[in-house]
Design a protein around this ligand. Sequence first.
Ligand SMILES: C[S@@+](CC[C@H](N)C(=O)[O-])C[C@H]1O[C@@H](n2cnc3c(N)ncnc32)[C@H](O)[C@@H]1O
Length: 187
Amino acid sequence: MTAVVSFVAVLVVFVLAASLLIFQAITGVPPMSSSSSEAADVISLLKEADLPEQAIVYDLGCGWGALVIALARAFPDARIRGIELSPLPYWVARWRTRKMPNVYLQRGNLYALDLRDAQAVITYLIIKTMPKLADFLDRMLKSGTPVVSLTFWFRQRQVAATRDGPGLRGAVALYYWPARSSQNDGA
Ligand SMILES: C[S@@+](CC[C@H](N)C(=O)[O-])C[C@H]1O[C@@H](n2cnc3c(N)ncnc32)[C@H](O)[C@@H]1O
């Protein structure tokens, strides 16, 4: 009996670890959470962006829920929406936010989302994904929508404000989409 329980436990751990690796291979992005200082910088930039009271804010690739939780606490009247493709982080995030009425999470590919109602967007992906993400945001967002990106920035888009944070971690940048300067209108 003990051997069966141990075998099942090992199998479950193996399947969960394999699922993390498989989805990381599919997206190319590790499910790494924002630190508390990164979350504080995102919040400070969103305050600077002066969001409307019940703003709809998307975390594109919400991972284990660290950032959506920080956002939901900082903006209790806002509607925080997260999407995550990888099942394990998604279900952990769902469990962690189960008592947060202003958080709505869904599992799926962020590029299949309809973002036309977004009043702010947060993203923490990797450098390789940024051009595709920029094209997607170009198609989806209303002009002037605040977009905050952690660590990896959009090329040829004008940054409106930044927070460098402590230590060696990456900086956080705020854009007002599409954030094209007159020199790179076609970018
Ligand atoms: C670096 S983590 C950031 C997690 C969270 N935003 C935070 O700051 O704590 C990026 C997450 O995006 C997810 N992701 C990457 N590409 C995705 C896609 N196309 N659709 C949905 N989720 C995606 C990854 O699975 C990963 O969990």
